[in-house]
Ligand binder design. Structure first.
Ligand code: SF4
Length: 236
């Protein structure tokens, strides 16, 4: 197969371009395997992120043949093409080649307090959760913070302060967690100027998500909770 990889090094002043590499694809080979082959055997200057190689860390989210994908979860044979074009996540500043700057993305996630916050005295052993309560946050808990949804969100393209789908569903995940005691505080954050009301339900995030999370439905639910809180009939 022929890889066409986006190259850009801001330090050289050279225009962004694509470099082509031939890779002998074997059965079971992923796009990440192909990039690693290039790095090890052809071009050690190619830069890209990866870590777990099993769809858990979210580091290798890229724009592959025109779609958002995790390189480690994308089998070359499933692309059904001998040409593979690999680009960095669009709409983020590029550090080098396929590596983008995610600092602003993680700052937004941090804003919604992505951790269980409690005010009551700690129990003797642990804060328990029923299966039913866990089930309510099953889908959103799968978010691996790959940033594909943020990259695909048209609101984020023009409004750099918009919290974005990943931060909002992180808020939804903790607001919905039966052990958390800061739901109202968090809800106030997402009701702010840069929060849920900036989402126009375009569904690009849903299409981009490699974990098949429906962020738009979760954000709509946050909007309902926000209205309920305003009208003072909010419950978890
Ligand atoms: Fe990635 Fe999906 Fe989480 Fe967005 S919601 S960061 S696309 S895993």
């Amino acid at each position: 197969v022929s890889f066409s990889d986006y190259r850009f090094n801001p330090e050289t002043g050279k225009e962004p371009h694509f470099d082509k590499y031939e890779v002998l694809a074997r059965d079971g080979m992923t796009v990440l395997d192909g990039l690693l082959y290039i790095l090890d055997n052809v071009d050690p200057t190619l830069s890209f992120r990866f870590a777990c190689r099993e769809g858990v860390c979210g580091s290798c989210a890229m724009f592959i043949n025109g779609s958002y994908r995790l390189a480690c979860q994308t089998q070359i044979k499933n692309l059904k093409s001998s040409k593979i074009e690999v680009q960095p996540l669009p709409n983020f500043p590029i550090i080098k080649d396929l590596v983008v700057d995610l600092a602003a993305f993680f700052e937004k996630v941090e804003k919604v307090m992505p951790y269980i916050k409690t005010v009551s005295a700690p129990p003797e052993k642990e804060r328990l959760q029923t299966q039913h309560d866990r089930h309510r946050i099953n889908e959103v808990i799968d978010c691996i913070l790959c940033a594909a949804c943020q990259s695909a969100c048209p609101q984020g393209w023009t409004d750099k302060d918009f919290l974005g789908p990943a931060a909002l569903i992180k808020a939804y995940r903790f607001i919905g967690d039966s052990r958390d005691e800061a739901a109202k505080e968090r809800l106030k954050l997402v009701m702010g100027e840069d929060g849920v009301w900036r989402c126009h339900s375009v569904f690009n995030c849903v299409e981009a998500c490699p974990k098949k999370i429906n962020q738009t439905v979760a954000i709509s639910s946050l909007k309902r909770k926000a209205v309920a809180q305003k009208l003072k009939f909010w419950q978890r």
